[in-house]
Design a protein around this ligand. Sequence first.
Ligand SMILES: NC(=O)c1ccc[n+]([C@@H]2O[C@H](COP(=O)([O-])OP(=O)(O)OC[C@H]3O[C@@H](n4cnc5c(N)ncnc54)[C@H](OP(=O)(O)O)[C@@H]3O)[C@@H](O)[C@H]2O)c1
Length: 131
Amino acid sequence: MEILITGGKGQLARAFQKFFAQKGLSYQAFSHREFDISDLKAVLSAVRTLRPRVIINCAAYNLVDKAEEDFQEAFRVNTLGPYNLRLAASEVGAFLIHFSTDYLHWLRLNLTGRPSQRGWSRLESSTQNSK
Ligand SMILES: NC(=O)c1ccc[n+]([C@@H]2O[C@H](COP(=O)([O-])OP(=O)(O)OC[C@H]3O[C@@H](n4cnc5c(N)ncnc54)[C@H](OP(=O)(O)O)[C@@H]3O)[C@@H](O)[C@H]2O)c1
C-alpha cells in the first residue's frame, strides 16, 4: 500500500481521500474505530502488515472544551498517538506526515489563567514530532 490515512472520517482525511481518488493514487483510510492511533500494539501490528510508504495522520482530539475534563483522552490521541505512529513509521521506513493545529492553543488561556488542556496535548505532539 502507498498511503495510509488515519482519522479517516474527519474533515482533513476526507479531503485527502477525495484528492488521492481524483489523482488515481493508491491509499487506504481507516476510521477511529478501525485504527486507534493511541493503541501502540494495534498501530505496530497494522503498520507492519500494511507496510505503507507514507502515513498521513489526520486523527486528532479536537474537542477543546471537553479536553478540560478529559485531558487523558486528549493526551492519548494528540500526544501518544503521533508518537506511536512515529515508532511504527520508522520501523517500516515509512514517511510520517503529522499536522499541527491552526491555533496557538498554548497561548489561549482558560478562565483560570492556565493554558488549555488541549493546548498542552497539541504542544506536546508538535514538540515530539519535530525532533
Ligand atoms: N480541518 C482543518 O481546516 C485543519 C486546519 C489545520 C490543522 N488541522 C489539523 O488536522 C488534523 C485533523 O483535523 P480535522 O479538522 O480533520 O479533525 P476532525 O474532523 O475532528 O477529524 C479527526 C478525526 O480523528 C478521529 N480520531 C479521534 N481519536 C482517534 C484515535 N484515537 N485514533 C484514530 N482516529 C481518531 C476522529 O474520529 P471520531 O470522531 O470517531 O472520534 C475524527 O474522525 C488535526 O491535527 C487538526 O489540528 C485541520
